[in-house]
Each structure stands twice: as structure tokens, then as C-alpha cells.
Design a protein around this ligand. Sequence first.
Ligand code: AMP
Length: 281
Amino acid sequence: MKIFKSKSELKDFLLTIRKDKKSIGFVPTMGALHEGHLSLVKRAKKKNDIAVVSIFVNPTQFDNKEDLVKYPQTLENDIRLLESVQCDVLFVPSVEEIYDTNVVSENFDFDGLEHQMEGKFRDGHFDGVGTIVKALFEIVEPTNAYFGKKDFQQLQIIKKLVEKHNIPVKIKGRPIFREEDGLAMSSRNVRLTKEHREAAPFIYKTLKKARKKFGIKNVIEVTQWVEKQFKKHPFLELEYFTIADEKTLETPEVIHKKKKYRGFIAVFAGDIRLIDNIGLK
Ligand code: AMP
């Protein structure tokens, strides 16, 4: 695996790849890699001539400074994992390499997608995400880019970013990888205390029960039912549970058979914030 810290050296290398008419599959990450990330890399590798991964803990998308400072960094292990799935290129830029001395976000209009759910609770988060993903797309110029449905709102926002800015890349959404007990894999899971780690599978269990209730009970009733489950819980604190249209991310007043909906959740386990979502039928 080739490792680049410099964007110009990476660009020069990728130019030779594109000249050979080879396709580039790209997976942007913040590192502390797990099976969920690796599933994206394997897919990128399978569907393209080369797989490029970036590891960059992007400061502008963190609304919580402590979360940024404590974000797990495990580069040695990440390199080993990426080599184990035959990743071709790793890009690990410094903050200066990406932002120079001006560590700020651009302002984006994602047609309202950015104001729902995570956008309500994480101020400026999607401007930060838009800024870094756009910058990385300009450097890598990938043929295809792979994102997990774990961050479903982010996936929809990136599709919108690409559409609005005419960026010539295909965005591919991929399934959520989970631990055996159902907890969605996340780099932040390693920071959970034993107590919170044991409690956390309750999130997905509740999502699955909510899925069963959807269609029998209405949106408000299902939402209130989820809220009630968490009120009783000794270790987990619900930030939000929202049922939303997959395309608009708005909560429906009436359910349309032809539209797709998901249940979205954010929960605090101590000071660790966990998100998850589930498709509803
Ligand atoms: P992150 O390193 O958290 O920025 O995530 C990098 C990419 O991996 C994003 O597209 C995430 O949606 C995706 N990802 C993170 N966790 C999972 C998971 N459990 N299953 C599938 N994809 C994931």
C-alpha cells in the first residue's frame, strides 16, 4: 500500500492511474478503523481498479471540542487492517495540508437536508462534512465513492453536494455493520465504559421493535413509544428518535406506500454520543 501525506504527491500518482483509464474507488474515513470501514474498502476494491482510503479527523465537523480531542487515533493498526484488505493507497494529510492556516468550513445549502436530525443537534456539522468531502473529492477525483448508511443523513447530504456542485463521482451507500449483539460499529464504541457498552445494544433492539410497530401505530405513537423506553433506561439518554422520509429526511404526516422511511436515533451513553438508524416498512 502506498501512503501519502502530501496532496500534490497523491494527485500526481492518481494522474498516472487515470491516464491508464483505471477507475478509482474512494473511502473517506476518520480512522480507528473497524469492520464497517473495511467493508467499504473491500467494496471499493472489488468494483474499481484501485481503492483509495483517506484518514483525516476533520476538526471543522466537530461541534464538541472534547469529542475531537478524544477521538481515537490508531494509525499503526489502521495501516495493518488496510493492508489486510489489499487497499492500494492511503492518504493521511495533516490539518495544515487540508486547511492551510484557515481551519473553517464553507457554508452549504443542501436544500434543507442539513437542518434535520443531526443538523439540529450538531451545529455546523454538515458544513464541516461538506467542506472536507468536497476538498477530498477535488484531490482524489474518484470514479466511485463509498459511504455507510450508519450515517444515513450524511450519505444523502453527500449525494446532494455532488449533484449541486456537479462533481463527477458516483456515490454508493452501503449497509450498516454491527457487532454480534446488534450495536452499530463505530470508532467511538471503544470509548464506552463497560456498563455503557453492555447497555448500548438496547438502541438497536428498540429500533427493531419500533420497526414492528410502524404500520400498526402511527408516526407519533411509535416516536412516543421509543421515547418512553429510554425514559425508563438507567444508563442511556435519548437525544432524539425521528421517523423520516429517506429522500427529504422530513417527518411524514401521512405514510405513502411508495415512499421509503427510516427511524433515526441519537443516544448518549455517558458522554459518548451514538447514532443508528433502521429501514421501516
Ligand atoms: P467515519 O470514520 O466515522 O467518518 O466513517 C467513515 C465511513 O465509514 C462513513 O461513510 C461511515 O458511514 C462508514 N461507517 C462507519 N461505521 C459504519 C458501520 N458500522 N457500518 C457501515 N459503514 C460505517
